[in-house]
Design a protein around this ligand. Sequence first.
Ligand code: CAA
Length: 695
Amino acid sequence: MGLVAYEVEGKVAVVTVSNAPVNALSQAVRAGLSEAIERFQSDAEADIAVICGAGRLFLGGADITEFGKPPMSPGLPEVINQIEASTKPVVAAVHGAALGGGLEVAMGAHYRVALAGAKLGVPEVKLGILPGAGGTQRLPRLVGVETALSMITSGAPITAEAGVEAGLIDKLGVGGDARAAGVAYAQELLAGGAAVRPTGAIAPPEAVDFAAVQAKLKAKARGEVAASVAAEAVEAATRLPFAEGLAEERRLFMTLMDTPQRAGLIHAFFAERAVAKLPEIVGVAPRKFGHIGVIGGGTMGAGIATSAALAGLVVTLVEREQAAADTARDTITRNLNAGIKRGKLSEATRDAILSDKLVTTVGYEGLSQADLVIEAVFENMEVKKQVFAELDRVLPAGAILATNTSYLDVDEIAASTSRPADVIGLHFFSPAHIMKLLEVVVAGKTAPDVVATAFALGKRLGKTSVRAGVCDGFIGNRILAHYRTAADHMVLDGASPYQIDKALVEFGFAMGPYQVSDLAGLDIGYMTRQRKLADAHPRDRAPTFADALYHKGWLGQKTGHGYYIYDEGSRVGRKDPEVEEIVAQARADAGVTPRAFTDEEIVRRYMAAMVNEGARVLAEGIAQRPSDIDVVFLAGYGFPRWRGGPMQHGDAQGLESILADIREFAEQDDHYWKSAPLLEQLAREGRSFDSLNKS
Ligand code: CAA
């Protein structure tokens, strides 16, 4: 029977789905399940059936690769209705995970057993859809509206244990064998004369204040629609008979299937999985990295050390003086304590880290046993070279020398050592123990097993690692520098920083560029501009208003004042008329007559700049594929996930249209607005960035 096996054991029909790696409910699996249930109906040898999954989990949900393609029969809702309508009882035996359509299959069964630790979830909203195979109607009938809403609108799974408590799971299985647990439970049910028990026959659940639920969801949605529409479907469960509720769920499901948000979120899902696929490390074993060294105990070094210690690695942090080493230890302790508050670790784990895993010390000699050392010292080539000379002297052969620089030339750093093949960039984002993004900067001579180790380390730290080539700013900060300039130009030409932030937050960004400046510190931008001054072109337009704020000591949140004013204890800023005056002065100094911008033009300029520079980064091989750029912006720059990332956004807009925008903007400024040759080529050939992901 192909991907679905049917066997009879005692009076129990065992239906096993084997569709590695995650038992996705592809057309062949749906057809196999349907056939198995039909066979069970007429099988005189079997009085009860158990559905289980082979391999590491029960069922991972619908086959996401089928989305956006013409539907293929039988549909999952029909198969689940068929299971529920069985005249003999059906048991679902869950291990590992039952996700999305997988949990919906389990809810279509009459009884559910799950092994301890199994995860039960309906993550559909994360893909821009809703549980469309009866999930929004069956889950509230089993667990009540409140729990169902929480699971469906967050997409977060619960454990089997919580499932028992909520009424989703009837029995917690023992041992590691779901099939055996399922058969044992089935036999117990048979012995007790258990009958069929369709979830759909349960009376509609009690309603809650859905208007309040919707208001809350919309307030945090940042433009994303799936959770709100999913809550509408749950509401339908409270007021419609089951069959009509299913029909309403289907109608709402189809509206979501047709949104570009669904395409954006599914693009993000696959982009995040593609990012670790590097031809250069296929079959290459990583080196060991159990003992990590960190040079420098500032915010970044301490954050990296926290991240490594939290992942169970041994960490030696080196500072120049004892006082600085002690401060670093305090910072790490504070990071860990904050983690305890957020429920990320226990006090016992913190104590074990501080006593057994973490050494803060002075002098490089403590690194003689280290496997991989990451320096996070001052961003200056000479300082870095001194550090690398010391590392070269003390580290054992085969150790990896990594720099956390955010823009310096990693090739030059590598060339200053006697072992350039062992040198790599590991660009963390601050705070390093929280931010997901890790840019792995591969230099010209970096050995493949060093790259493999960096990716293995990233995985161990729970990071999203993206391969980047060497250039000023790598992938993320290089593109950021470019679109940030587009924003500054708009301010110089008449848009207020507040309007720009508002327009981009409405577009879906976590923050606008001037809010980001305030968070990061205006000194960072100032120093970057100073550093690049020598390379400046006479036609570059300097954001003199930003320099003026810097010189006033308004450095952002840390000084309580930047583009915004931060009242005592507040991280939300309010507008400052004085900043508007400073901006007005900068325009006057530049001889600009200010003009009005619409929010729509702001977004168009910002995004065209981002996509254009993204195309250059691709053409230069700094990023391997367009979807890697998308992942950088989703994981590290607060880009709205439902738009899939900047390159996916470019595709969704149409590259012709982005190019037309750039040409239009170039009519006023043909120095800044030069279209990237790759963008021109793709537009000319009628191709998308996504065509490069696939090639
Ligand atoms: N469909 C198709 N392919 C899938 C898939 C799915 N539902 N889930 C995972 N895969 C693929 C991945 O793309 C990956 O492929 P490659 O190896 O080629 O990259 C492979 O399976 C392994 O996946 P992971 O690397 O993610 O493995 P993991 O062990 O880290 O995680 C998992 C396993 C928890 C199941 C995770 O893959 C996951 O969260 N999958 C998505 C689950 C999901 O969202 N299900 C709901 C689908 S929507 C639905 O069911 C709609 C409905 O109501 C009808």
